[in-house]
Design a protein around this ligand. Structure first.
Ligand code: UTP
Length: 291
């Protein structure tokens, strides 16, 4: 199966427990990094990777995501009245960014279950999955890096990065063989292993290219780690059937913005890159004299 990757799925129905109470009534995907919600960064990454159609899988209280990518007549009218034309253009551009549809995951039964909600949307083409709380700062958009590997090997691809020490237990982890610099053929995958059991230090991060075969595997997947339907278990099922899977070590920096410390680090890094903020912000950080 070799086709253009046109569709992307954004699972955004998780409970976001690591960021409570901020995520009690608002999705973590709407937490702002400087002045854009997390999900906008990855929607822009998808658009820059030539994605044409997006499905966002939402849970309860996710209407703010829909509103963010919709036209806001009232706000636009006020901005125009007040002559704030630049802001008006920015707000309108969001609604014109890309075709977005929505579906609900009625219960947060895991990432695998969230992706399964996209079965009808995906149909019979290969597709991308992006987790918006993994914000990836990269010259070449992260998803584009995966798409290039997909186009070369005609098989599913996931993103990986090296994680040192005990922290590996918070990730899916792969055992893989390097087939060319930074590209790996996956032998096996395990979700959130104990440090001692981790097959390597190569963690799976939130960007994937799958083929529709994944849905059949998800149908057979029983709840795994944390009682959730894990996409890693479905992938292992396909690997056991001899289906090829690749991984690409991303050229870029990944921030776990769904975690408080990761979010704070990402905020500082992104603020320092903004022309209108960086000089004053840098000066403020220096004045802290943290020693
Ligand atoms: P996380 O592992 O970060 O889980 O999900 P979470 O529930 O969102 O957050 P914490 O760990 O409780 O703080 C990874 C991605 O999968 C989505 C999340 O929205 C996030 O993008 N997800 C997870 C779903 O859409 N549905 C689920 O049932 C679980």
């Amino acid at each position: 199966m070799k086709q253009k990757i046109r569709k992307a799925v954004f699972p955004a129905a998780g409970l976001g427990t690591r960021f409570l109470p901020a995520t009690k009534s608002s999705p973590k995907e709407m937490l702002p990094l400087v002045d854009k919600p997390l999900i906008q960064y990855s929607v822009e990454e998808a658009v820059a990777s030539e994605i044409e159609s997006i499905l966002i899988v939402t849970g309860r209280d996710k209407s703010s995501i829909e509103d963010h990518f919709d036209i806001s007549f009232e706000l636009e009218a006020v901005l125009q009245e007040r002559g704030k034309i630049e802001l008006f253009k920015q707000v309108r551009a969001l609604a014109d960014l890309v075709k977005i549809s929505y579906t609900r995951q009625k219960q947060a039964l895991g990432l695998g279950h969230a992706i399964y909600q996209a079965k009808d949307f995906v149909g019979d083409e290969p597709f991308a999955v992006l987790l918006a709380d993994d914000v990836i700062d990269a010259k070449k958009p992260a998803l584009k890096q995966l798409i290039e590997v997909y186009q070369k090997y005609s098989a599913p691809v996931l993103a990986t990065m090296q994680v040192k020490g005990e922290a590996i237990s918070r990730f899916g982890v792969i055992d893989a063989e390097e087939v060319e610099p930074n590209i790996f053929k996956i032998k096996s995958i395990v979700e959130k292993p104990k440090f001692a059991d981790a097959p390597s230090d190569m963690a799976v991060i939130g960007r994937y290219i799958f083929t529709p075969e994944l849905f059949g595997a998800l149908e057979k997947t029983k709840p795994g780690a944390g009682g959730e339907i894990q996409v890693a278990d479905a992938m292992r099922f396909l690997l056991d059937e001899g289906k090829p899977f690749y991984a690409v070590k991303l050229d870029g920096v990944r921030h776990d913005a769904g975690d408080k410390l990761g979010f704070l680090i990402a905020t500082v890094e992104f603020a320092l890159k903004r022309d209108e903020l960086s000089a004053d912000f840098r000066q403020y950080l220096k004045s802290l004299n943290l020693g």
